[in-house]
Design a protein around this ligand. Structure first.
Ligand code: MG
Length: 382
């Protein structure tokens, strides 16, 4: 935007003392996914290409809390005892070049850039514009735990913010307005301004009650628990006529030594899953000293790790296994390995990767003394 030309500002109102959401501090200063609610609301406007300046209005006692949010695009001013008073503090702090203002409640931290853009666009043809959601549910009147009447929902919309206005008519409307208003649209309508209704978004929730933090985190995916684990395994060649690799029996002039079937690839993936769960390793769950696992199919281990993950509420999102060996050739068996691993893990084959590399004849794998495997696994709990 032209630094000296007409500009659009946002006034983010964060001066309330609302404690209903719990946590012992006003809700706008409680963390949501690692940032305060107010910081998220400010960032939505400060990062928006259609917004030039942001005024954050805070309670006089919160100036210190708010200071880290100040920047060359964000100024902080003290508010008043009422919402209407605080909005006026923000409006009076706007620069002379400002011609449009978006007034937003800091308690709506999940406002999207699309909603902000719709409000700004509508100001080309209207004095004001605000996002709303059509009321879909039937409406009742309740009293004393009983439904006493139904109400007509036709033409009813749920109000959201930001509420945008051409600044000059809004300032006139505020000058004519006495006392508190429900919101800025109420002030504008009282002055006869033309206010457009633009599409709001269900995700643009207002944080009010204790459960709203968890709901906002869920909506934004901020409560998603993503874990990555790694696993490494090595088995040495010994006598035999085949090797088991990622569940596939490959005829070969030697075998792999080990207590179980020595499936080095499957062991690495199993350990990666245990690792993502911070649940130890194969040796802890299936001690080599226990004779019952002698010659065991490694499927038992992998199934156990996958069951543990699912019991803890995780989805197995992906696994990637790299086999490191000179021999045998892995390429011809790769598709079968992916299919067998995916079958055991209960995932789609496109979530199971098997790769192979040599070690350029260096080290134990290069001398054909054994096979190594390295794996990662990703688990997700939403
Ligand atoms: Mg092993």
């Amino acid at each position: 935007m032209d630094k000296d030309g007409p500009s659009t500002a946002a006034v983010v109102v964060a001066a309330g003392r609302g404690m209903r959401a719990g946590g012992g501090v006003p809700k706008q200063w409680r963390p949501l996914g690692g940032m305060s609610v107010a910081a998220r609301a400010v960032a939505a406007f400060a990062c928006h290409p259609g917004v030039d300046d942001v005024i954050l209005v805070v309670h006089p006692d919160d100036m210190e809390l708010a200071r880290p949010l100040a920047s060359d695009r964000v100024r902080i001013v003290a508010g008043a005892d009422t919402r209407t008073g605080s909005v006026l503090c923000g409006l009076r702090a706007l620069e002379a070049r400002c011609v449009r203002v978006l007034i937003h409640d800091a308690a709506r931290p999940l406002v999207t850039g699309d909603t902000i853009a719709r409000v700004i666009a509508a100001l080309a043809d209207h004095d004001g514009a605000a996002p709303g959601i059509e009321v879909i549910d039937a409406l009742w009147q309740g009293r004393g735990g009983r439904i006493v009447a139904t109400r007509d929902r036709a033409d009813l919309w749920r109000a959201q913010t930001p509420q945008g206005f051409r600044l000059a008519p809004l300032m006139d409307a505020y000058a004519d307005h006495d006392g508190e208003a429900a919101d800025d649209v109420a002030v504008a309508l009282a002055a006869g301004l033309d206010v457009a209704l633009v599409a709001g978004e269900e995700e643009n929730v207002k944080i009010t009650r204790p459960g709203d933090f968890a709901r906002a985190a869920r909506i934004s995916g901020m409560d998603m628990d993503v874990r990555t684990g790694n696993g490494v395994d090595v088995h040495r060649f010994g006598p035999g006529d085949h090797v088991m690799l990622c569940g596939v029996r490959i005829p070969f002039g030697r075998g792999l030594d080990g207590h179980s079937d020595a499936d080095v690839g499957m062991h690495a993936v199993t350990d990666a899953i245990y690792g993502a769960l911070a649940a130890g390793d194969i040796g802890a769950h299936f001690p080599p000293s226990d004779p019952q696992w002698k010659g065991a199919a490694s499927e038992v281990f992998l199934t156990h790790a996958c069951d543990m993950a699912r019991d803890a509420g995780f989805t197995l999102s992906h696994a990637d296994c790299t086999l490191i060996c000179e021999v045998p050739k892995i390429g011809p068996h790769r598709a079968a390995m992916r299919a067998e691993m995916a079958r055991i893990m209960g995932i789609d084959i496109d979530r199971m990767s098997v790769k192979a590399t040599t070690s350029e004849r260096l080290g134990f794998a290069g001398r054909e003394e054994g096979i190594a495997a390295i794996a990662t696994a990703t688990l997700v709990r939403a």
